[in-house]
Ligand binder design. Sequence first.
Ligand SMILES: [Fe+2]
Ligand SMILES: [Fe+2]
Length: 166
Amino acid sequence: MQRKGAVAAHERNMSAIIQWSDKLSLGIPEIDGQHKGLIDVINELWHAIVSRKDANYLLGILNKLEQYTFAHFTAEEAVMRVENYPRLRDHYDEHQKFIGHLKGTRAKIENGEEIALELLHFLTDWLVKHIQVSDKDYSNFIAERQRPKSIFARFFGSLRPQGARS
Ligand SMILES: [Fe+2]
Ligand SMILES: [Fe+2]
């Protein structure tokens, strides 16, 4: 099945489970940059799983993914709060659901269980849908209020995952 907004790994590039495409762009470089960062770390985790790296190695990448996700979600929730975005509560709940799945993944690795690739597909599908629907909604809401472009730089800065190429 073709996944919306992203190209399945086997069709394009075996080193990635999810590829950035223009369909994922919100047109705001600071937010796009962080979404690319999330995709980079998910790909790193996928690559480690298919290369059968050990649990410690996987946990190191998962730590990075958790930290980066937390920083990104916190920035989004802060800008939505400041801008009085009316659907903040639902958006927050979606973020919590993703965090819950990352915690579940951590528990599995710590218990010595295999991480099924379906889980990685779930994370990538969640991310694609979340960006295209929910993140697009709040960024459009802010853009429609004609806020200065600097507002996004103020909240999103240029945070990159630890060890990522710029
Ligand atoms: Fe979000
Ligand atoms: Fe986001």
